[in-house]
Design a protein around this ligand. Structure first.
Ligand SMILES: *Cc1c(COP(=O)(O)O)cnc(C)c1O
Length: 486
């Protein structure tokens, strides 16, 4: 591609992207199409083209196709899962990072990039109040948590686990609440511990880890000759935003010499807000912390970050020195600090956004998201057809309950019906594009769940949601009762 064409196509593309964001709130959140609809519309069943084509019409067509057939997690009425819209400066940052294209495996190959990533890591640590001595950016929360586990594994095994593997010594066990995100299963599997190494600890009525059960389980494993390795404290659970008693977990880990890892993938950045739950600040006591800039820092996907209290715990877990690498010992070489070899410049988008917004900008945006969630919960409580369940950080849970069934909540047949009804409401919202919510299961009940990690969501979006859910619930309830009058 010649320079003139590159310039022209780039300008056109930026214009189209700007127009998309100008019109975002008037568009559906999602087209709600089936996989075959999407393949048909975009011609995705075709085989590899034998000959190429001109890039201009190609980019124009693909931009239009993507805009017409995508779900927008940046839409002000996207409330599903925990997936944030991209900060505009992050979009531009990714473009710039690709243009320079440094390889952040080593300082030699990315002098400015490596030092910018190091500052990004320090700033993230400062923002959440964690005394980090090292860390690095990874693809997301799953990888950040996996890196934490691998650092713990190397630090706490009393044999050379990297050379001998996990069967070179005692059975290693890890402790996590029943509300822990599913990363723990992939991580124990990948680290060779196996998912049976996970000791799922029960939770209290607020979905927080039961400390008595935790201590009992560690004691029992010690008595059985196992090696209790690490306790995971969740700082903002994925279902309800629950925060484990992090200071108490820290104390127990110190007493019993276990690694303390905090999964703050969702909630870690809430420590920047004065409204954060006090216990969340206990993440400062951890050995390692995972946070997700692609959630509450609004970085475009992907950007996760793992922080460690002692930088050598990463090199002790990951470093090798093959004869064909001459990166030197004096500079920071990220290849020695994590699982990746070649690494992209994902730090740039995060660093730019931190500079643009500053600590106060993020504190304000995160505080606002949490305030909107509380306002949503109040609106659900005030609505005659909605029952409100939990509110934590920026997650609200609630369900649709037809007025004539409200007095019969708890009867097994009614509960079963309400589960089916709310599942159907969620499915209809996923297709309809007016607003998007996901779900949680709380005390066995299927409830709807709205999470706000979105700088575009306003009070009017939040106030519209209860009526969108209730009107959807009403029409589905009527249809379901026709099908099963009993
Ligand atoms: C999102 C999330 C994860 C997984 O993070 P990814 O970025 O999706 O890999 C893990 N734990 C918690 C608490 C999360 O919210």
């Amino acid at each position: 591609m010649e320079s003139d064409e590159f310039r022209r196509l780039g300008h056109d593309l930026i214009d189209r992207i700007a127009a998309l964001y100008d019109s975002l709130s008037e568009r559906p959140v999602t087209p709600g199409e089936s996989p075959s609809d999407v393949r048909g519309a975009l011609g995705l069943d075709a085989s590899l083209p034998e000959v190429g084509c001109a890039p201009g019409p190609l980019l124009e067509r693909v931009t239009r196709d993507l805009i017409d057939h995508s779900l927008f997690n940046g839409h002000p009425r996207f409330f599903g899962y925990i997936t944030a819209g991209p900060a505009p400066i992050g979009i531009l940052g990714d473009l710039l990072a690709s243009a320079v294209n440094p390889n952040l495996g080593s300082f030699l190959l990315s002098p400015a990039g490596t030092e910018i990533e190091a500052q990004t890591v320090r700033w993230i640590a400062e923002l959440i109040g964690f005394p980090a001595d090292g860390g690095l950016l990874v693809s997301g929360g799953n990888m950040a948590n996996l890196v934490g586990l691998l650092a713990a594994r190397a630090a706490k095994a009393d044999w050379d686990v990297r050379a001998e593997g996990v069967d070179g010594g005692r059975r290693m066990t890890v402790y996590a609440s029943a509300e822990t995100h599913t990363w723990i299963q992939k991580a124990t599997d990948l680290a060779g511990l196996g998912t049976r190494a996970i000791r799922w600890i029960g939770t209290d009525q607020n979905q927080r880890m039961d400390m008595v059960a935790l201590r009992e389980r560690i004691d029992a494993d010690r008595a059985a000759g196992h090696l209790p390795l690490m306790v995971v404290g969740t700082g903002g659970s994925v279902s309800t935003g629950a925060v484990d008693p992090l200071p108490e977990i820290a104390e127990l880990c110190r007493e019993l010499d276990l690694w303390f890892h905090v999964d703050g993938a969702y909630g870690g950045f809430a420590t920047a807000s004065p409204d954060a739950p006090v216990e969340l600040r206990g993440l400062a006591l951890a050995d390692s912390v995972a946070v997700d800039p692609h959630k509450w820092l609004y970085a475009p996907l992907e950007a996760g970050c793992v922080l460690v209290r002692e930088a050598n715990t990463l090199t002790d877990a990951f470093s090798y020195h093959p004869p064909y690498y001459h990166f030197g010992e004096s500079a920071l070489n990220y290849v020695d600090c994590g699982p990746q070899n070649s690494r992209g410049f994902r730090a740039l988008k995060v660093w730019l956004a931190l500079r643009q917004a500053g600590r106060r900008g993020y504190a304000d945006m995160i505080t606002e998201d949490m305030a909107l969630s509380r306002a949503l919960t109040r609106a659900c409580q005030a609505h005659a057809e909605l029952a409100s369940y939990t509110q934590g950080l920026s997650i609200s849970t609630f369900r649709y309950v037809p007025v004539d069934l409200a007095a019969r909540v708890g009867e097994p047949a009614v509960e079963e019906y309400l589960d089916d009804l709310n599942r159907a409401v969620q499915a209809e919202l996923e297709r309809g594009g007016r607003a998007f919510v996901s779900n949680a299961v709380i005390d066995g009940r299927y409830v709807l769940r709205a999470c706000i990690v979105n700088f575009r969501t306003t009070r009017s979006d939040v106030e519209a949601l209860p009526n969108i859910v209730a009107s959807t619930g009403r029409s589905i309830d009527a249809a379901m009762r026709m099908e099963r009058p009993s």
